[in-house]
Design a binder for this molecule. Structure first.
Ligand SMILES: [Ca+2]
Length: 609
C-alpha cells in the first residue's frame, strides 16, 4: 500500500526531476524567502519545546530540510547584508552595530545584490517588510537594488501599529516619524497591525503574479523584534489569546506575537496553493539573528540551550531557526555547516543561474537536495571592532574560537525562567493538524504522519548532553581566547583553550587571513539633517545620490580612513560622531582600539597567543 507521504511525492514527481539533480531544466522555481526578526532557537516548537506552539511553521519544517548547523549573523544589518551580497559583512564595512536611520551608510552601490541576479534570470522581485540596509540616499533603497517593489519599513524596527520609528541618539536626542512605505509613498493612513499589513501585501503579490515569470517574494517580517522603547512587546490586540499556559507574562505576550506570525505565514502558504504555484515554489524560513532575551530592545525570546543573545559572538546570537521546503524534497534534518551567505549561490543554482567567484557564500543546493556533505568547512561568525569591544569568532569543523574582549556583553545563559508553564500547553499534533499549512497539504494529498512528524521534531532538537551551563564560563580576554567543540558542547560550557593549543593556533591563523579582508565601517556619524521633523515627520532620504568613489559617500565602494571621517565631522557641525556620544566606558583592548584591518588583527592576536 502506498503511504500518504509517497503519494504526494508521486504527485509532485515532475518538480522533483526539475529541481534536484539537474538543478534546473525547464521552469525556474518561485522563491518565497521568509525572514523573521530576532526570533530565538527556542521560540519555535519544532525544536522540541511545547511552550510556544508554531503549527504552521512546524508542519512546513517537518516536511522540509531542517538546517541544524545553520549560522546567521549576530544582528540585523550584517545579516541582511550577508543574505543579499553572499559576502561576509566585514568585507563591505557593514559588520557590527546595525544602521541608525540617520546614518549615511548602505551596502556599497558597487555590489550586485541577490534580487538583481534574479531579475536577470527573469524573476519578478518583491520585498515586503524590513530593509535596514541604508536609507540616506535613494540609491541605497530596495527599488535601486533589484526589487520591483517594496512595501514596508526601511529602518530597523517600528511601532507595530503606528509604524513610526523613534530613534534615540546616544546623547539623549530623539528623532521620530513614519517609516512605512509603498515604494516611495508614505503610508500615513495605514494603521493595521504590521504583521497583518505585510501578510496582506504578500498575498496580493501572489494573487496578482503573472505566471509567465518566476516570482521572488522576499517577506521580511519586522516581528517579533521589539517595538520602540516604551512599547517593546506589541501583541495583536483583538485576537484570541492562545498562550495562557505560559507563566511569565512578558514571555506570554511575546508568544502571542510569535503565534500570530505563525498563523499569518500559514496564510501566505495557503495563497500560494490557491494560486496553484505552491508545488513549484521553494520556501525558506529563517530568523535573522538570535533573540535579545535581555538588555536593550529585549523581546523575551529564548535561545537556550545556546549561550548568549543577539549581538554577541556566542551561538545564541547566530544559531537560528532555519529550514527550506520544496515539494520535491525528502524531509530530513541536515547537519551540514551552512552560513547565511550561502543562500544567494544556493538559490541561484536552484533557479538555473550562477555566480562568479569573489563571494564568501557557497552553493549548497546539491547537498540540500540530496544527502550530501556540506560544501563549507568553516564560518566566520563575527568580527567586531566597536569602540567598546574588539573580538572575533570563527568555526572550522566542529571547533570554534572566540578571541578578543567581550566584557560588558551578555555572555551568560538567559531565559530558563521564561520557559515555565502554569498549565498544560495545547496538544502538539492536533495543533499541527488544524493549521492552515496542514489543511493545504491535505488538499494536495499529504496527510501529516504522526510518527514522521515526531521523528523529524526529535531529530531537530539540540541538547547539551551533560546539561552543564553553570560552570564559570570562559570569557575571552586580551590575554586568553576560548575554544569549544560546539557539536559536542553546543552550550559552549567547556573551554578547551588550554588543552587544544594546536587547534586554537590553527583556527587563529585562519581567522587572521579572513580578518585581513576587513573594510572599516563607513562614516561613523549620525546626521541631524535626517530629522523626520524636516519632512512632515517621515523618514525619507535626505541626501542626493552620488557616484561610486565620491568622497561624500564613503561607503560606496571606496576605502575610507579615520582621517577623512574625522575631517567630515569637523567640517559639518550637523554630523555627530557616534563614539563621541557614547557614554559607555571604552574597554581596554591593549592598545588595539585605534588599529584597523590587519594591524588590528596582529595587535589582537599578539595579546592572546
Ligand atoms: Ca534582527
Amino acid at each position: 500500500m502506498i503511504k500518504a507521504r509517497e503519494l504526494i511525492w508521486l504527485r509532485w514527481l515532475p518538480f522533483l526531476c526539475v529541481l534536484c539533480g539537474s538543478v534546473y531544466s525547464s521552469k525556474r522555481p518561485n522563491i518565497l524567502f521568509i525572514m523573521v526578526d530576532d526570533m530565538g532557537w527556542n521560540d519555535v516548537s519544532y525544536h522540541g519545546s511545547d511552550q510556544i506552539i508554531t503549527p504552521n511553521l512546524d508542519t512546513l519544517a517537518t516536511q522540509s530540510v531542517i538546517l541544524q548547523q545553520y549560522y546567521s549573523e549576530a544582528i540585523c544589518t550584517p545579516a541582511r547584508t550577508a543574505l543579499l551580497t553572499g559576502k561576509y559583512p566585514m568585507r563591505l564595512g557593514m559588520h557590527g552595530m546595525p544602521l541608525y536611520n540617520s546614518e549615511d551608510r548602505g551596502i556599497p552601490i558597487t555590489e550586485q545584490l541577490f534580487p538583481e541576479y534574479l531579475k536577470k534570470l527573469g524573476y519578478s522581485t518583491h520585498l515586503v517588510g524590513k530593509w535596514h540596509l541604508g536609507m540616506s540616499r535613494r540609491q541605497f533603497l530596495p527599488l535601486s537594488r533589484g526589487y520591483d517593489s517594496h512595501y514596508g519599513t526601511r529602518g530597523g524596527f517600528v511601532d507595530y501599529y503606528t509604524h513610526h520609528k523613534v530613534e534615540g541618539w546616544p546623547n539623549g536626542r530623539q528623532f521620530f516619524g513614519l517609516d512605512f512605505f509603498d515604494d516611495d509613498i508614505p503610508q500615513n493612513e495605514e494603521d493595521r497591525y504590521i504583521v497583518d499589513a505585510l501578510t496582506d501585501r504578500a498575498i496580493k503579490i501572489i494573487q496578482n503574479h503573472n505566471e509567465s515569470r518566476p516570482l521572488f517574494l522576499h517577506l521580511a517580517h519586522t516581528a517579533p523584534h521589539a517595538g520602540n522603547e516604551g512599547g517593546l512587546l506589541q501583541p495583536p490586540l483583538f485576537s484570541t489569546v492562545r498562550n495562557r499556559h505560559i507563566a511569565h507574562s512578558d514571555r506570554r505576550l511575546y508568544a502571542e506575537m510569535v503565534t500570530h506570525l505563525d498563523t499569518h505565514i500559514g496564510k501566505v502558504v495557503r495563497a500560494l496553493a490557491n494560486k496553484g504555484i505552491l508545488e513549484d515554489t521553494i520556501i525558506v524560513f529563517v530568523s535573522d539573528n538570535g533573540a535579545p532575551t535581555v538588555g536593550q530592545f529585549n523581546n523575551w525570546g529564548v535561545n537556550l540551550p545556546f549561550r548568549g543573545k543577539k549581538q554577541t559572538p556566542w551561538e545564541g546570537a547566530v544559531r537560528v531557526p532555519a529550514f527550506i521546503w520544496h515539494s520535491s524534497f525528502k524531509p530530513k534534518v541536515w547537519d551540514g555547516l551552512m552560513h547565511i551567505t550561502d543562500w544567494m549561490p544556493t538559490l541561484l543554482a536552484a533557479a538555473g543561474g550562477e555566480i562568479g567567484t569573489g563571494i564568501d557564500g557557497v552553493n549548497q543546493w546539491n547537498s540540500i537536495c540530496g544527502d550530501g556533505e556540506s560544501k563549507r568547512n568553516d564560518v566566520l561568525i563575527a568580527i567586531e571592532d566597536s569602540a567598546t569591544n574588539v573580538y572575533a569568532a570563527y568555526r572550522a569543523g566542529d571547533y570554534k574560537i572566540i578571541v578578543g574582549n567581550v566584557s560588558g556583553l551578555s555572555n551568560g545563559y538567559y531565559g530558563s525562567d521564561l520557559l515555565r508553564l502554569k498549565e498544560s500547553p495545547p496538544d502538539y499534533f492536533p495543533s499541527l493538524r488544524s493549521s492552515d499549512v496542514a489543511k493545504v497539504f491535505e488538499k494536495l494529498g499529504l496527510q501529516l504522519d504522526y510518527d514522521q512528524v515526531l521523528a523529524m521534531r526529535k531529530a531537530s532538537v539540540i541538547r547539551q548532553l551533560d546539561g552543564v551551563r553553570d560552570l564559570i564560563p570562559c570569557e575571552p580576554t586580551p590575554t586568553r581566547g576560548c575554544l569549544y567543540n560546539v557539536r559536542q558542547d553546543p552550550s559552549e560550557s567547556h573551554n578547551l583553550w588550554s588543552r587544544g593549543t594546536k587547534i586554537a593556533a590553527l583556527l587563529t591563523s585562519r581567522l587572521r587571513a579572513l580578518w585581513s579582508m576587513q573594510q572599516r565601517r563607513g562614516p561613523l556619524a549620525l546626521d541631524a539633517r535626517s530629522d523626520p521633523a524636516n519632512f512632515d515627520y517621515t523618514w525619507v532620504p535626505w541626501l542626493n545620490d552620488t557616484m561610486p568613489g565620491d568622497t561624500n559617500n564613503t561607503n560606496s565602494g571606496t576605502n575610507i580612513t579615520a582621517n577623512n571621517i574625522d575631517a567630515g565631522i569637523l567640517e559639518n557641525t550637523y554630523l555627530v560622531n557616534k563614539s563621541d556620544l557614547d557614554t559607555r566606558t571604552v574597554a581596554s583592548v591593549v592598545g588595539c582600539d585605534r588599529a584597523t584591518g590587519f594591524r588590528n588583527l596582529l595587535c589582537l592576536i599578539k595579546t592572546v597567543i
